[in-house]
Design a protein. Structure first.
Ligand code: HEM
Length: 439
């Protein structure tokens, strides 16, 4: 029974005690499980003793089902040397300076979305969750891929959604560590969208490879070019074609779903907190011209977004496997144990937050945010495997929220009460319709 529950919505498995105790250890169907909500112990897992804690096999298996080609791993699911090499090759694309340069394109895409809304009658209803997926996909595609993925956005978004919906349900056979040759329902359902992505990615790589060969000076300086040029300066070895393809897929998946979910939850919360919506709007209206300066210039918009990610962390669970025995606080961690760090629980933990369930963006305003413990708030993870796109995500979110709030007011629809479900990211269980009114 519990296995099928896990396949439906694993977010509901947490009990009250997890929100009250700093560290809990016990045996489960996954073997020894240690659930850690104590900031210094989390620091040990992610940073001080990070070499002892690897991404665990169950998580890797779930992530790898989605990849179009099992021969190559993208940054999210790669380990060892492949991970190091890929991370080193791609990090230069995500420096604050490079990300700031994407500000104008991000603003243009957000303005286009609002233009489309404002062409409708005042008081129209938009499905904010779908709209945010479209917007973050447009931003990602235009910045990191120079719009090189062919097919229309609706296809990409639909296929990605199908894929995450199927692979994001933990397969009970995976949970039980059943032999690989047994058929898994989720893998069969993932086959068609996987195939779709495999073909679209191949075409995109072929076109860009030809461009780099024939007219390299005209090739865009983006993620795809960086992947194709990625050869490790220390070893001289490049990424294989399968690894390039896996990363294209990884960045499309990891790069728009997460921010889209975070933005939808933010707007959901703002639609029910008109005073915060108004404060954020006033700040957005007074923003400087250059969107590259917006994150620094809009502490309230940023605080609203960060508080929404506290309550609805887009990546609500992270896990690692202990390679050797260790101790977290005074709790022993045997070799092979799975350590779970769950922002969903950590961000609502009674020992770490006052009024944990309340939406209070003031926690993240300058003057207050400095007293938040670094390892009590982890929407982007921490340590060597921290989200490579964190700066990108914060900037696109602030730009998106500012562009929207400057021009529309959002009000909730009576009776709509979205419930979070876990499908790798924390999604709403249903659409989030909202009424929009021109400002
Ligand atoms: C609000 C938006 C986002 C959130 C909350 C988020 C969250 C996370 C988290 C928690 C991890 C670490 C997982 C772990 O340690 O097990 C991660 C890793 C990663 N994220 Fe994000 N992410 C977001 C946006 C993005 C964007 C915009 C991109 C790309 C443009 C991206 C690409 C990645 C990649 C490639 C990794 C794997 C990094 C590695 O293992 O070296 N993410 N993300």
């Amino acid at each position: 029974m519990q296995l099928w529950h896990l396949a439906r919505n694993p977010i509901e498995n947490w009990a009250q005690v997890h929100f009250e105790k700093p560290i809990l250890s016990g045996s489960s169907m996954f073997g020894q499980l240690v659930v850690v909500n104590e900031p210094s112990a989390i620091r040990r897992v992610f940073v001080d003793n990070a070499a002892n804690y690897e991404k665990d096999p169950l998580q890797l298996r779930v992530l790898r089902v989605g990849a179009p080609n099992s021969a190559g791993q993208g940054l999210l699911s790669a380990t060892g040397d492949t991970w190091r090499q890929t991370r080193r090759a791609l990090s230069p694309l995500f420096t604050p300076r490079r990300v700031a340069a994407f500000g104008q394109i991000m603003k243009m895409k957000a303005d286009e979305r609002v233009d489309a809304w404002l062409r409708r009658r005042p008081g129209s209803i938009v499905e904010i969750d779908q709209e945010m997926v479209r917007l973050t996909y447009d931003m990602l595609s235009a910045t990191l891929f120079s719009d090189a993925l062919d097919g229309d956005r609706a296809d990409v978004v639909r296929q990605m959604s199908r894929l995450l919906d199927t692979i994001g349900r933990i397969d009970p056979l995976d949970a039980l560590n059943a032999p690989e040759w047994l058929p898994r329902f989720n893998r069969a359902a993932a086959r068609e969208p996987r195939e779709w992505f495999a073909q679209a990615t191949e075409r995109m790589i072929d076109r860009r490879s030809a461009e780099l060969r024939d007219a390299p000076e005209r090739a865009p300086d983006d993620l795809l070019t960086a992947l194709l040029r990625a050869s490790d300066p220390q070893t001289g070895v490049g990424l294989t074609r399968a690894e390039v393809a896996a990363n294209v897929f990884t960045f499309i998946a990891a790069g728009h779903e997460t921010t889209a979910r975070a933005l939808a939850w933010t707007l959901h919360l703002l639609s029910r907190a008109p005073e915060w919506q108004e404060r954020a709007r006033l700040e957005a209206m007074a923003a400087p011209d250059d969107p590259a300066e917006w994150v620094a210039a809009m502490p309230t918009v940023r605080a609203v977004f960060e508080e929404a990610m506290r309550l609805f962390p887009p990546v609500p669970h992270m896990s690692r496997m202990a390679l050797e025995a260790d101790k977290l606080g005074d709790v022993p961690v045997p070799a092979g144990a799975t350590v779970v760090i769950a922002p969903w629980v950590l961000h609502r933990h009674r020992l770490l937050w006052d009024a944990p369930s309340a939406f209070m963006p003031e926690r993240f305003l300058p003057g207050a945010r400095e007293s938040i413990e670094r390892f009590a708030y982890l929407p982007f993870g921490a340590g060597p495997r921290v989200c490579i796109g964190a700066t990108f995500a914060i900037q696109e979110a602030v730009v998106a929220l500012a562009c929207l709030l400057r021009r529309v007011r959002l009000t909730p629809i009576r009776g709509v009460e979205p419930r979070p479900v876990l499908r790798i990211t924390l999604r709403p269980d249903d659409r989030i319709p909202m009424q929009i009114h021109p400002v």
